[in-house]
Design a protein around this ligand. Sequence first.
Ligand SMILES: Nc1ncnc2c1ncn2[C@@H]1O[C@H](COP(=O)(O)OP(=O)(O)O)[C@@H](O)[C@H]1O
Ligand SMILES: [Mg+2]
Length: 323
Amino acid sequence: MPEPILDIRNLTKTYKRGTVALAGVDLTIQRGEIFALLGPNGAGKTTLIGAVCGLVRPSGGEMFAFGEDLQRHWRRLRRRIGLVPQELSFDMFDTVIRSVRYSRGMFGLAPDERRIEEVLRSLSLWDKRNARIRELSGGMKRRVLIAKALAHDPDLLFLDEPTAGVDVELRRDMWRQIDALRERGTTIILTTHYIEEAEEMADRVGVIDQGRILLVDDKAAMMTKLGRMEGRFTLAQPLASVPDALGALPLALEEDGSVLVYRGGDGQGQGRRQVAELAQTLTRMDIAFIGLETRQSSLEDIFVNLVERNEEHHTPIEEGAAA
Ligand SMILES: Nc1ncnc2c1ncn2[C@@H]1O[C@H](COP(=O)(O)OP(=O)(O)O)[C@@H](O)[C@H]1O
Ligand SMILES: [Mg+2]
């Protein structure tokens, strides 16, 4: 097992008024991966990132970065960590290039105009380098935040909802940027509530809710393990209830009894088999259907299910037990 680039153990944070933002987070990030942290608003994503980046003082727990105690070797390790914050935060009167230069200096790195030019060009900001930040559009401001985070060549980069509120084109652009960084070997942790983004970008996905990590897994494994099959039979004649003979299957009637819906399966083909068998059974039972649509559930369904279950139980769902 390679040494993790970041290792968080039992991290807790209770804010002054008593809000528990992190309720004991364990998380291990491997070098070179893209990790997506998914969670609803208020789940604790920004707090978790803030703790690693030194903006939030943890209430308890330990953090190791690059194999060393992050809190003990703060100054040295922090310069290897980049952050694109969720909130737009800069001196609006500053120019683009000065603001990016400043970020580099803040981490005690020597000025490097070539690197700064490279970063600005890669983000299509070079032509705007002398513009004041307040003159830029929201999307451009977000690009400047990214430029600032890249100016000191971090090995570990946090992107906190980098694409919240940006248009589709810029979002695609950022995805390309993130891909390019991965190519360079940068480890990336991004938070998002756009499931599509996690689905598109991440190697692994973690789901966080109410300050707890509910599940961490390879994206593909998560979708296989928790993925469900949906089969919708449009009936020729509506049914008043699901026939008793089919009671063993995960079925529901929708749209005033005119659509019989199967939702289930173990992600290993069981769902597909059961839907096929159901089609035959219905025919045998003389229940005619005029349409059948099937689909595999997405990461979004998985996410919604996990978070809903967490709200019901207020307890973390153990990995494996969730399947
Ligand atoms: N500075 C703060 N003071 C008090 N409570 C806070 C502060 N920042 C965040 N919180 C609370 O902590 C919880 C987690 O917030 P946050 O980490 O911002 O979640 P997320 O980024 O997932 O939306 C929320 O209940 C939020 O209201
Ligand atoms: Mg946040």
